[in-house]
Design a protein around this ligand. Structure first.
Ligand SMILES: Nc1nc2c(ncn2[C@@H]2O[C@H](COP(=O)(O)OP(=O)(O)OP(=O)(O)O)[C@@H](O)[C@H]2O)c(=O)[nH]1
Ligand SMILES: [Zn+2]
Length: 206
């Protein structure tokens, strides 16, 4: 079980998304990695028995600018809609570039233009494929008393890590496949090398 943290504050922020969405933003004291991660409660998050949860790693290029190099912007949009409908939390985790940071991710993109895939580019820069440790996500969920969750993901490593940190994942809900010409090879590498559950065979993906 991760060490104890506590909710520092929470505030309801109305969003423009989906014709008006009330989102409760939670901040924390005592998180294991000292970063400013946010939990966002949507829908009946405080009433549902088993909340739907999305662990969303920050992606400035995708989340803010809707980059076509990845599927993050579309996944975040989908998560807001589904979690609002079903009640639960989006944990917005400050793990840009799977933990290597924004500048290094841009360096990795430059290498990908030379032909390396997303994991090879990380290795060429001296990083592991994926630096993310989801202990902090488990700590946030324990703090919110969300020890039993349904997880919105295609990434089996997120499920394994949460279980390891004593979160009971009762169901894995796969995200949509947001495939475009620009992100097809990125998604294919995740399927081949990290066992992501995405159907990348669609025709418009070449
Ligand atoms: N290092 C690196 N990071 C990338 C690249 N493309 C996207 N990312 C980062 O990958 C992360 C994607 O995170 P998520 O969507 O939460 O996780 P996921 O592992 O794809 O799993 P899902 O839950 O199935 O979406 C973000 O932090 C992005 O910034 C890349 O080419 N290299
Ligand atoms: Zn992205």
């Amino acid at each position: 079980m991760p060490s104890a943290a506590r909710v520092r504050n929470n505030v309801v922020i109305p969003l423009h998304k989906l014709e008006g969405t009330d989102a409760t933003f939670f901040t924390f004291d005592g998180l294991v990695d000292g970063k400013e991660h946010i939990a966002i409660g949507l829908g009946d998050f405080d009433k549902v028995e088993v909340p739907l949860v999305r662990l969303h790693s920050e992606c400035l290029t995708g989340d803010v600018f809707e980059s076509q190099r990845c599927d993050c912007g579309a996944q975040l949009e989908e998560a807001i809609k589904k979690v609002k409908e079903q009640g639960g939390y989006i944990l917005y985790l400050r793990q840009e570039g799977r933990g290597i940071g924004l500048y290094n991710k841009i360096d990795a993109y430059a290498l990908q233009l030379e032909g390396y895939d997303t994991f090879e580019a990380n290795q060429k820069l001296g990083f592991a494929d994926d630096l993310r440790d989801f202990e902090v996500a488990a700590q946030m969920l324990h703090t919110l008393k969300a020890d039993r969750i349904r997880l919105l993901t295609n990434n089996p490593n997120k499920v394994q890590q949460l279980e390891q940190y004593k979160i009971d994942v009762t169901e894995t809900v796969t995200t949509g496949a947001f495939i475009s010409a620009g992100n097809h090879s990125y998604l294919k590498a995740k399927v081949l090398k990290a066992n992501h559950q995405i159907d990348v065979t669609s025709d418009d993906a070449s």
